[in-house]
Design a binder for this molecule. Sequence first.
Ligand code: SAH
Length: 231
Amino acid sequence: MIKPVGDYIDYGVLSSSLRKNMVETQLRPRGINDELVIDAFLNVPRECFVTEEYADNAYDDTPLPIIDNQTISQPYMVAVMTELLELTAEDISKGVKILEIGTGTGYQSAILANMGCNVISIERIETVADFAKENLKKLQYGDRVKIYVDDGTLGCPDEAPFDGIIVTAAAPTVPSALIHQLKVGRKLVIPCGNIMVQQLLQVVKEPHNIKINRHTACRFVPLIGKDGFPE
Ligand code: SAH
């Protein structure tokens, strides 16, 4: 059993060896090789983002249920999506602002924050947003991650433009507001398809058009909103 100590101040040797094992068995063999992403996975204690009953499963190669029928994605999926943003160390050192739609547990936000990104994350369910805020505060990522409770299909015009956008819920189509709010040359990563199965897309915003690169099949909970699935 992974026991959080105090307010997660000491994650312990067990947690860090589980993280190494996750990287070596789940991420590297499947082609994740961006060392910025790998480092973040080695650093962020995933057990702090699952509910207590799933603490023992925090490093399993699978998505897990959280609260309000939502899920924390499989570690590999979080890694692929992060890698597809194609952020460089130079970008990050200059300061980048990433928009995430679907805060969930806050784990994806924490990975980005650990890499040095500033994160704006939108969650439609207030109790879920509160859960994420607590998790991020305990790990002291609170300053780098701003969470809004809203319909993320419309993006976040007040904070735009963004250096990358990650949608962590299944969308029927790519919401046009998100493309508008992305900087030219940057990437939007989004699972697109029907409720049952989607394909992970990397949408690249070019000066006069958009290019879509297709990746793995996946299954996310639905993106519900004005430019998503109906409630
Ligand atoms: N990124 C999360 C996992 C997200 S699960 C993590 O790291 O744990 C998908 C989340 O998207 C759910 O919490 C769901 O409530 C949220 N969601 C669904 N539709 C949304 C919308 N239109 N705007 C914002 N969040 C939405």
